[in-house]
Design a protein around this ligand. Structure first.
Ligand code: GLU
Length: 482
């Protein structure tokens, strides 16, 4: 049995598009499930697009996402180099071989000539002009140092066909395809050529990539055939959309993996979510670890239609991951967010973690949820009005005065004890417990959303601060009602 070999072939553009990361993930899952190898190849032939640090970003992304490559520029597996710019000589050698075999030809056409081929829409299809040059003339012009490109020689008749693992039978009339450039005038290969040579030389037998290459694949197959190489299997993947009209894109700031990390998404939740974007597991479980994904991934579950990125769903899933965290783990991942908040270094993060774990979906919610501990002052007393719980400002004031009397003499300042005392009071006043707890929580924090109930907040704040805030709030209400 031949070993399954898949690859991820990103261009170092300086950011990782969520769609590319999903392609990478599927290629990884497919290889790992088959006990095969997953290869990282850097496609940097487009030197104009080179971005400093972009290759490091690719390594960092894979590491953060928990996708471990078996071979790559930093891990030689005997099929290197794994960076296209270091393979320049290889491409030229194979391009010449393809010329020998009739699958390609030298072209010396000038820009002016190519421009003259354009129709009124500015579109030109190359007319194979240089295909008719004699061998001798080609050699003479090469020897004279004339600039040239090498083009693929596509048959003018017939159809090219293959079976895609996701899209099924693909058939493209040869006359619809162009004699694309394989080697540019600077000697660098185009993607069209490099992907074929590299995939073959790296023994890639399953090519998994974006659907934008679906219809150019017949061209690539013609090259495999001309070389006498075995064609790989292909799996093309539909795009991830923002909505029915547009794809996720860097331009709109909704596609960058690192942006989601910065927003407080956990890498494992992002990976889990994007695995489900375009692939449906057979079972109902949606929270799947990398090991489960490797086990369950299957081509039949891959959808041909584009998938819509639903951030609310990813956010929910992230919350599910947070709920399962230990306090230690939560403090570790949440520390940067605590440190950014007003309470930085002032409270016991572990005590806060216990309250936040069940209440936070993404980590960037943390500062807003804890800032009230340090930030307290004038606030809008209309907050006390609560129709559903039948609380008016008058009732809030009356109940807060009662609870102040009870708490004043309380020395056991724990959530448990304070809760019991507040419940006793509710019974004594014959009111609903919420009619005590809600005003109390607002009085202690001054904000509507807090990481826990009233008495949890009281315990966190301590007796002195709690009593001071309670009295301040009573004062605010008295002033408003006077
Ligand atoms: N460098 C290409 C891209 O980023 C890779 C396409 C492929 O996987 O063949 O789109």
């Amino acid at each position: 049995m031949t070993t399954v070999r898949t690859r991820f072939a990103p261009s170092p553009t300086g950011f990782m598009h969520i769609g590319n990361l999903r392609t990478c993930l599927y290629a990884y899952l497919f290889a790992k499930q088959a006990g095969g190898k997953f290869i990282l190849r850097i496609e940097d032939t487009d030197q104009e697009r080179y971005v400093e640090g972009a290759v490091d970003l690719i390594y960092r992304t894979l590491k953060t996402a928990g996708i471990e490559h078996d071979e790559g520029p930093d891990k030689d597996g005997g099929y290197g180099p794994y960076i296209q710019s270091e393979r320049k000589d290889i491409y030229l050698k194979y391009a010449k071989e393809l010329v020998e075999k009739g699958g390609a030809y030298y072209c010396f056409c000038t820009k002016e000539r190519l421009d003259s081929l354009k129709d009124d829409k500015g579109i030109a299809k190359y007319d194979k002009h240089c295909l008719s040059l004699s061998k001798e003339e080609v050699q003479r012009r090469l020897d004279a140092g004339e600039p040239y490109v090498i083009r693929q020689n596509i048959p003018t008749e017939g159809v090219s066909e293959y079976d895609d693992m996701v899209f099924g039978h693909i058939s493209v009339p040869n006359e619809d395809m162009e004699d694309n450039i394989l080697i540019k005038s600077d000697g660098m290969p185009t993607y069209n050529f490099a992907n074929v040579v590299d995939d073959h030389l790296m023994a890639i037998n399953y090519v998994i990539r974006g659907v934008e290459y679906l219809s150019s694949t017949p061209k690539y197959n013609l090259m495999y055939d001309a070389f006498g190489w075995e064609r790989p299997h292909y799996m093309h993947l539909s795009p991830i959309m923002k909505d029915a009209q547009r794809k996720l894109s860097k331009r709109y700031g909704d596609a960058n993996f690192e942006d989601f990390l910065a927003k407080g998404y956990l890498p494992e939740a992002i990976v889990n979510y994007i695995a489900l974007l375009g692939w449906s597991p057979k079972g109902n479980e949606e929270k799947l670890s990398m090991a489960q994904l490797v086990e369950q991934f299957d081509v039949e579950g891959i959808s041909k239609s584009p998938s819509i990125f639903d951030e609310a769903k990813m956010r929910w899933l992230n919350g599910e991951y947070i709920k399962e965290m230990s306090v230690e783990k939560f403090v570790e991942v949440a520390k940067p967010y605590f440190d950014k908040s007003k309470i930085a270094g002032k409270y016991d993060y572990s005590a806060l973690a216990k309250l936040l774990i069940p209440r936070v979906e993404i980590l960037s919610e943390i500062p807003d949820k804890v800032n009230f501990l340090e930030e307290f002052g004038e606030y809008d007393v209309e907050m006390f009005e609560h129709k559903k719980m039948k609380i008016t400002k008058e009732m809030a004031l009356a109940n807060l005065k009662e609870i102040e009397k009870v708490y004043e003499n309380e020395s056991v300042w724990t959530d448990e004890n304070l809760k019991a005392k507040a419940s006793e009071l509710a019974e004594k006043l014959a009111c609903k417990s919420g009619q005590i707890f809600l005003p109390l929580r607002l009085a202690l924090t001054g904000v509507a959303s807090t990481p826990g109930g009233a008495t949890e907040m009281a315990e966190l704040l301590g007796k002195n601060e709690s009593m001071a805030r309670l009295r301040f709030s009573i004062g605010l209400l008295e002033k408003a009602l006077a």
